[in-house]
Design a protein around this ligand. Structure first.
Ligand code: HEC
Length: 190
């Protein structure tokens, strides 16, 4: 075979390989790859992720933030000096019979270990700390807003639970549940 012919064949074969699109057709484009890769946690930092889109993610705003909608006023400065004016004036927005099952669940999770499953102050930890019974005329006499404030901010040596029971409605449901315990054990509604 003359040299020039074999060169020509090589050239055509080479062009054929280089020119045909098998590589580009069969290997996914990097733009499509992201749809085939499962979720990795580092992707949270990606611009494509919008963690703030979901209302189910609790976020604590920086101190001093002013919510435009849906925010809750802060009466801690008053509460810490035992001024209960704002606390007592709070109105339970969910109604006293709302979410009792949820209230029971939250009470069982966050309160029972100290105040006891039935509120008698006989939880395993509470006995050591001296957590009071909540089934007393005294506790029954607190306003709903006062108990709500205890849940949100704590009081004395009781820690705040507002960051754990972060939904306002859920805190009211704990109050509601406590009221049913009190009604059962102390009678007389409140
Ligand atoms: C780690 C133990 C602990 C847990 C958990 C706890 N408390 Fe308390 N609670 C206390 C202690 C201790 C006091 C007394 C605080 C004080 O000295 O002012 C108290 C006080 C109270 C009082 C006031 C009682 C009174 O007669 O003055 C209420 C109401 C109350 N807690 C409700 C709750 C609720 C509702 C939860 C769950 C969200 C809860 N507590 C979780 C320990 C606890």
């Amino acid at each position: 075979m003359p040299r020039s012919l074999s060169r020509a064949i090589l050239l055509v074969a080479g062009l054929g390989v280089a020119g045909c699109g098998w590589w580009y057709n069969d290997v996914p484009s990097p733009d499509d790859l992201m749809y085939t890769i499962p979720w990795f946690d580092h992707m949270l930092g990606s611009m494509a992720v919008s963690p703030y889109e979901s209302g189910s993610v609790p976020r604590t705003p920086p101190p001093g933030s002013v919510p435009v909608t849906g925010g809750e006023i802060d009466w801690f400065d008053e509460w810490r000096v035992l001024n209960t004016t704002t606390a007592d004036a709070l109105v339970n927005p969910v109604g006293r019979t709302d979410g009792l099952a949820r209230g029971e669940e939250l009470y069982g999770t966050f309160c029972a270990l100290c105040h006891g499953a039935t509120g008698q102050g006989d939880g395993l930890v509470g006995r050591k700390l001296g957590a009071p019974s909540l089934m007393t005329p005294r506790a029954a006499g607190f306003s709903d807003g006062y108990i709500y404030s205890i849940v949100r901010y704590g009081r004395g040596i009781m820690a705040p639970y507002g960051d754990k029971i972060f939904r306002q409605e859920d805190r009211w449901r704990v109050v509601n549940y406590l009221r049913t315990l009190q009604a059962d054990q102390l009678g007389g509604g409140d």
